[in-house]
Design a protein around this ligand. Structure first.
Ligand code: 9L3
Ligand code: MG
Length: 153
């Protein structure tokens, strides 16, 4: 039994080491309402300003991904969300020259109407509008997944 506990400990420890090596995950929310998904227009940095994304940000040390996503939505949109299933695959992104992973979760609004507190603007996109906005590169790759998600709403 002790051996098995030691093995289990080692697996957890190794996984944590791999996570640390991969760096913090950036989480994003695909907030769905009435067959539309919320997109937010970035205000910064200059190279991303004006481009659209799914709202979110970096997971802080010791924070779970759903907790990080809920916190980011409160900070950026002034809204409370319920975090749901993963959407699409992990996407490689570069944040200030460092390799990171972008991971999207579906979400629904629990309270509050989303406002652009840290973005230039927010807008609800119908399926036909999804391919038409100037997405941040990583987020553009999610358009087919967003279409499928919204279709199921
Ligand atoms: N990013 C890309 N797509 C997204 C999100 C939420 C974030 N849907 C990228 C943009 C930044 C980095 O991740 O380079 C960190 O995001 P933030 O903390 O500036 O929102
Ligand atoms: Mg953000």
């Amino acid at each position: 039994l002790i051996d098995r506990m030691v093995d289990a400990r080692a697996v957890v420890y190794r996984r944590r080491a791999e996570e640390l090596a991969a760096g913090p995950v950036v989480v994003g929310a695909a907030i769905v309402r009435d067959g539309t998904v919320l997109a937010a227009q970035r205000a910064h940095p200059p190279e991303l300003a004006g481009r659209w994304e799914l709202p979110g940000g970096s997971v802080e040390p010791g924070e779970t991904e759903p907790a990080a996503l809920a916190r980011e939505c409160r900070e950026e949109l002034g809204a409370d969300v319920r975090v749901g299933e993963r959407v699409g695959t992990d996407l490689p992104i570069t944040v200030r020259g460092r390799d990171r992973t972008l991971r999207i979760h579906a979400a629904t609004l629990a309270a509050g109407e989303p406002q652009a507190l840290e973005h230039r603007a927010v807008r609800w996109l119908a399926p036909a509008e999804l391919p038409t906005v100037a997405w941040v590169e990583a987020d553009r790759a999610l358009v087919p997944d967003l279409r499928a998600l919204v279709a199921g709403d």
